[in-house]
Design a protein around this ligand. Structure first.
Ligand code: PAF
Length: 282
């Protein structure tokens, strides 16, 4: 049975005992509203490690003033059942007061990698992410931590943070899990209206179009971006906020594609802001 832990002290005592027994710890940090993308990372961790710990904490530091902090879906009972079904041993589920006894707190700065794409759209977001992930890594001290490739920029930033801050954890990126029609699974998909849900599949289709242009030999980013943008304009009513091509994981804008890249999209529907991407290895 999955055990729910709400205090930092208790979580640290458990992870200390696991370390003393030389047992490997797989860790998946989440904000809850678990979907198949999360469950895939948890199953993988349960296969690869002696013990799997997840965190469920809606981190206020990574939400902007007009974002969905208050309405972010929270359902710990249903999340616990889901986590239990894939072999999670512990859920660390602290309150905001437990994690941040007083705000403002000292924050870690994500730096250059956070100055583009989602970081540029959501100022301060990645500082909040790396601050909480630092705390969580110190509390859980995992052997391996799993992050979804859907948030590819977050994955690149966390890897760099681990390198720069000398954390003793291996970071594994896990492939995007998609609905049957291609829509990337996300806790925020529930905000889509029925019509928007039908249109949302075109985010993935536009990425497939971009990838096919690349495969046919196109290396001029502007041409790939223009075709992807035109496709999205034709098939969705959302506001297209981002269609961009960056090197991955360095996150440098590519005018002429050279090496591994990441084609990134953000489309804003009435209540849901969806992101999706495709990483193309050189
Ligand atoms: O990807 C998320 O759900 C969050 O950004 C994370 C990593 C749990 C930090 O709050």
């Amino acid at each position: 049975m999955t055990k729910l832990i709400t205090t930092i002290d208790e979580m640290k005592n458990i992870t200390k005992a696991l370390h003393d027994q030389h047992r490997s710890i797989g860790f998946i940090p989440t904000m809850g509203a678990l979907h198949d993308g999360h469950l895939k990372m948890m199953s993988l961790s349960a296969k690869e490690n002696d013990v799997t710990i997840i965190s469920i904490f809606v981190n206020p530091l990574q939400f902007g003033p007009h974002e969905d902090l208050d309405s972010y879906p929270r359902d710990i009972k249903s999340d616990t059942l889901k986590a239990d079904s894939v072999g999670v041993d512990y859920i660390f589920h602290p309150t905001e007061k437990e994690m941040y006894p007083e705000l403002p707190t000292i924050e870690v700065k994500a730096g250059r990698l956070a100055s583009v794409l989602e970081g540029a759209e959501r100022p301060g977001h990645f500082d909040g992410v790396v601050t909480v992930v630092n705390k969580l890594f110190n509390i859980v001290r995992p052997s391996t931590a799993y992050f979804g490739k859907k948030d590819a920029q977050q994955l690149a930033i966390v890897k760099k943070m681990v390198e720069d801050f000398n954390h003793s954890v291996e970071i594994k990126g896990v492939d995007i899990v998609r609905e049957a029609d291609g829509l990337a699974k996300s806790s925020r998909n529930i905000y889509l209206t029925d019509d928007e849900r039908l249109e949302a599949v075109h985010l993935y289709k536009s990425l497939c179009l971009a990838q096919s242009l690349y495969v046919q030999g196109e290396r001029n980013s502007a041409k790939i971006i223009a075709a992807t943008h035109a496709y999205l304009e034709q098939y969705t009513s959302g506001t297209i906020e981002t269609v961009a091509i960056y090197s991955y994981p360095e996150l440098i804008e590519q005018h002429v594609i050279d090496g591994s890249i990441f084609i990134s999209l953000a489309v804003k529907f009435s209540k849901a802001r969806l992101i999706d991407n495709i990483i193309i290895e050189a």
